[in-house]
Design a binder for this molecule. Structure first.
Ligand SMILES: [Zn+2]
Length: 878
């Protein structure tokens, strides 16, 4: 097999032919769906008249091809597994093609496929070329008319983008619906759904007075899980009008839930297709965190109607243009709807663990990559989450009002166009007359910048000198890094914990300011500082960087209690806990007894015993840094020491502060009817954190609380929290009855069974890996369904680090087995699943060798381009 080759951003060429209008006719059948396409094509100005027409087509069976009604002769065109080339075409013409597809055997879940008998599509980024021959690139935008023909009994509902314009019956029990989408769009936003579906419906009136019908389509048994998403949709529509001035532009907006789906959801114009796990929710089956996630995803996909659909990407290198901006928009939305500090804490936690790990591994890439083999490998945390951080920095730099002006200008100027990251940033630069040339490096430079801090207080001169230095470690293919423009928001605390007035060069800067670190090293001298302050740096996590600062335990504890910035209060607590865990890890490594420091225990006690002003934040503050976060701080990751130290600390806190946690647990009980609202979610999370500490003590009365909570069956959040504590108890006889009862109660509900899988395979017990293999044979598991794979394999790999990284290499072997099988079935998911095997750089020699062995084993297989690209990068960097 020839090695797949890379595509480069610098090689971009504008399309030689544009499609004005696309007419599609689908005659649906599981094994032989006929797709007729009629394209109105025009040669782009400046294109040579003898330029061939090349249309992408991925393993399509061509039955017919004609230009202006004239069928082509064999010598006039060429068909390969990847394209249809027509050697000479007129300047304007109509192209007709017909192909045959087999949706029932499409396990890649790209293009047109079947899920539980329902037909559906996924076209982003390059799935449309699996449906018909087409210039499948985002800078070709056309209006679409789509006719869907299907069997009336099997597919009573036939949906596509836009508005329905015609429907009717056909012979042999078949029927059709024709849809028209008047907004020109790239092919990746095309969607079709056909199946036996039912809907809930609602109405929304836009600011401009447009009456929009809202529909959520699901299988009949899921109708009672749609209300929450509908409310979230209406909130999103209103919010986007109020915050960004964006209105919806069709008479109909539809969401469809699909069980087999590679991503979370997809923003197809007027017809969003959702992974059922990202839309279906009710209190009996869904935990609080999922309610919030669903609200965020519904909003994200809806917001794309402007940031993505109306203004789209010129090419796939610009993916962060739509994703970074839209993730930033959904983060703002969630933070307006819920607890803003907790939303920030969650987003930063994800960034600092998973995205930073990506940045320091073999697949590190800039927010805007400059080359790829397979673009679907670049739907990454770097593009999405770091991309959102870059937009957030712009917003902080400009201030909200100006940022909004820049956003308005962007939408106005580029409506209906396919543009680049520069076009977005230029609008922001223009409204404030700023030079953002250096800022653009955030888009082109990979890796996580590190900031080191040096400070000195001069009592005589009453000055405080802060020296900040930046350094970005080399990443594959990028040895040298230029200094970035890094906004460092900060303040100085006085002895009472109050923000000091900040003065630099005689200029008063208020009590919190943003330092512009735009050189390798920069000094900031604060004047009129009466005594040595405690600096609070990187407030609100103002830039996606690693801050290397040495503060004493007393200073951290001081910041934790007094910092006026909520995020930094939490972060100081995390740093304090990290210090404590590092001490325990050192003891563990020496073979000494681990002893928890009194100072730390008392700090936690004061948190538990002081009435909380914000329960959601308190729950976060009481949660120790995760194993993944601790690992990110280490040069050589000591898997076992991290696990043992953290477990010990939790058990010790649970035991020492048992009465305090018991009081907290009892206080936070509530009889109120369940609602996934901010106050209740905060209360439940605090209560369940307390329960976790109680159970970590191993005491019988703690498990009695858990058992009681499990059996009370009040809502899934509480049931799941209790089940986790029971199932994770060292003595398996404590958890086994609950695991059995839960599995029997929910055997009919795949999304709840995913939670059942996840609870079991995240157990720290020694037989966890054997449990994974056992559950892979369970009737509720299927390797063909991405949700099942993520729940069972993904949870084990990412949340059971001590067992995944077993010293005998069995965890790596298990993952390699799964990747090899998925490579044949679903390359996109396979390429995602293989990533943990590429993070070997900072592991000990034994584990590194074991991982490499499995990567070599995978490499020996006939690989999809997706898996090839990831594995090849990893092995090259070894
Ligand atoms: Zn998106």
């Amino acid at each position: 097999m020839a090695e797949p080759h890379a595509i480069y951003l610098k090689d971009y060429q504008p399309p030689r032919y544009q499609v004005e209008h696309t007419e599609l006719r689908f005659d649906l059948a599981p094994e032989a769906t006929r797709v007729q396409a009629t394209l109105q094509i025009t040669r782009a100005p400046g294109t040579a008249s003898d330029a061939a027409l090349v249309l992408a087509g991925d393993h399509l069976t061509l039955e017919h091809v004609a230009i202006d009604g004239q069928p082509l002769e064999p010598g006039e065109f060429e068909v390969t597994d990847r394209a249809l080339t027509i050697h000479t075409v007129p300047e304007r013409f109509r192209l007709d093609t017909e192909v045959v597809l087999a949706p029932a055997s499409n396990t890649a879940l790209e293009g047109l496929y079947q899920s539980n008998g329902m037909f559906c599509t996924q076209c982003e980024p390059e799935g449309f070329r699996r449906i018909t021959f087409y210039p499948d690139r985002p800078d070709v935008m056309a209006t679409f008319t789509t006719t869907v023909i299907g069997d009336q009994a099997a597919t009573p509902i036939l949906l596509a983008n836009g508005n329905p314009v015609e429907r009717g019956e056909l012979p042999d029990g078949r029927h059709f619906v024709t849809w028209n989408d008047p907004h020109p769009k790239p092919a990746y936003l095309f969607a079709l759904v056909a199946g036996n579906l039912e809907k809930i419906e609602d109405q929304f009136t836009t600011q401009g007075g447009r009456e929009v019908t809202l529909q959520i389509w699901v299988e009949q048994q899921n109708l009672d899980k749609t209300a929450f998403a509908m409310t979230a949709l209406k909130h999103s529509m209103r919010w986007d009008e109020e915050r960004f001035g964006r209105e919806y532009d069709l008479d109909l907006f539809m969401i469809v839930a699909v069980d087999d789906f590679n991503m979370g959801a997809m923003e197809n114009k007027g017809l969003n297709i959702f992974n059922s796990s990202a839309v279906l929710a009710n209190p009996d089956t869904t935990v609080d965190a999922m309610f919030q996630r669903i609200e965020g995803i519904v909003a994200h996909e809806y917001f794309h109607n402007w940031s993505g659909n109306r203004v789209t990407c010129r090419d796939w290198f610009q993916l962060a243009l739509k994703e970074g901006f839209t993730v930033f928009r959904d983060q703002l939305f969630s933070s307006d709807m819920n607890s803003a500090p907790v939303k920030r804490i969650e987003d930063v936690a994800l960034l600092r663990t998973a995205q930073f790990a990506e940045d320091s591994g073999p697949t590190a890439h800039p927010v805007r990559p400059d080359h790829f083999i397979e673009i679907s490998n670049f739907y990454t945390l770097t593009v999405y989450e770091k991309g959102a951080e870059v937009v957030r920095m712009l917003c902080n730099l400009l201030g909200w009002e100006t940022f909004r002006q820049g956003s308005d200008l962007y939408f106005e100027r580029f409506d209906g166009q396919a543009v680049r990251v520069e076009d977005f940033v230029d609008c922001m630069a223009e409204v404030l007359n700023l030079d953002l040339t250096q800022f653009m490096r955030w888009y082109s430079q990979a890796g996580t910048p590190e900031i080191s801090v040096d400070s000195a207080y001069d009592a005589e001169r009453r000055t405080f000198m802060l020296t900040l230095s930046q350094h970005t470690p080399a990443t594959p293919g990028q040895e040298e890094k230029a200094p970035l423009q890094i906004p460092v928001e900060m303040g100085l605390l006085d002895e009472q914990g109050v923000d000091m007035a900040l003065v630099i060069d005689g200029q008063s800067l208020g009590s919190s300011t943003v330092l512009n670190l735009d050189e390798s090293t920069k000094q900031f001298v604060f004047e009129d500082v009466p005594h040595a302050p405690v600096p609070s740096l990187l407030r609100g996590f103002s830039a996606p960087v690693k801050l290397k600062q040495t503060l004493s335990r007393e200073q951290l504890s001081f910041l934790m209690r007094h910092d006026s910035d909520g995020f930094n209060r939490w972060d100081a607590g995390q740093q304090l806990a990290l210090k404590e865990l590092e001490t325990l890890m050192a003891a563990y490594r020496r073979g000494d007894e681990m002893v928890l420091d009194e100072f730390f225990v008392e700090t936690v006690r004061s948190l538990v015993e002081t009435p909380a002003s914000d329960k959601a934040v308190l729950a976060e503050m009481l949660t120790l840094p995760t194993e993944a976060f601790i690992a990110e701080q280490q040069t050589t990751v000591d898997i076992d020491a991290i696990h043992q130290a953290r477990r010990f600390a939790i058990a010790c806190l649970g035991d020492t502060l048992f009465e305090a946690f018991e009081t907290l647990y009892t206080q936070e009980q509530s009889d109120a009817a369940y609602a996934p609202d901010f106050d209740q979610i905060a209360q439940r999370s605090l209560k369940n954190v307390a329960l976790a500490y109680l159970c970590a003590s191993g005491r019988d009365d703690a498990f009695a609380y858990a058992r009681q909570q499990f059996e009370a069956n009040a809502n899934m959040t509480d049931v799941r929290a209790a089940l986790t504590q029971l199932a994770h108890a060292g003595d398996t006889s404590i958890g086994d009855p609950a695991i059995r009862a839960f599995g029997e109660r929910w055997a009919h509900d795949p999304l709840v069974m995913d939670q059942w899988f996840a609870t079991q395979v995240s157990r720290p017990h020694e037989d966890a890996l054997e449990r994974v293999r056992f559950l892979m044979a369970h009737p509720a598991f299927s390797i063909k369904n991405p949700n099942r794979v993520r729940a069972l394999i993904g949870t084990f790999v990412n949340q059971n680090r001590v067992n995944f990284h077993r010293r005998d290499g069995q965890g790596y072997r298990l993952l390699a087995d799964v990747v090899i099988e998925l490579n044949r079935l679903n390359p996109e998911i396979a390429a995602r699943m293989v990533l943990p095997l590429t993070r070997f750089k900072r592991l000990d020699g034994t584990r590194r060798a074991l991982m490499l062995e499995q990567l070599e084993r995978i490499k020996a297989e006939p690989l999809s381009r997706n898996v090839y690209e990831v594995v090849d990068k990893a092995l090259t960097s070894a």
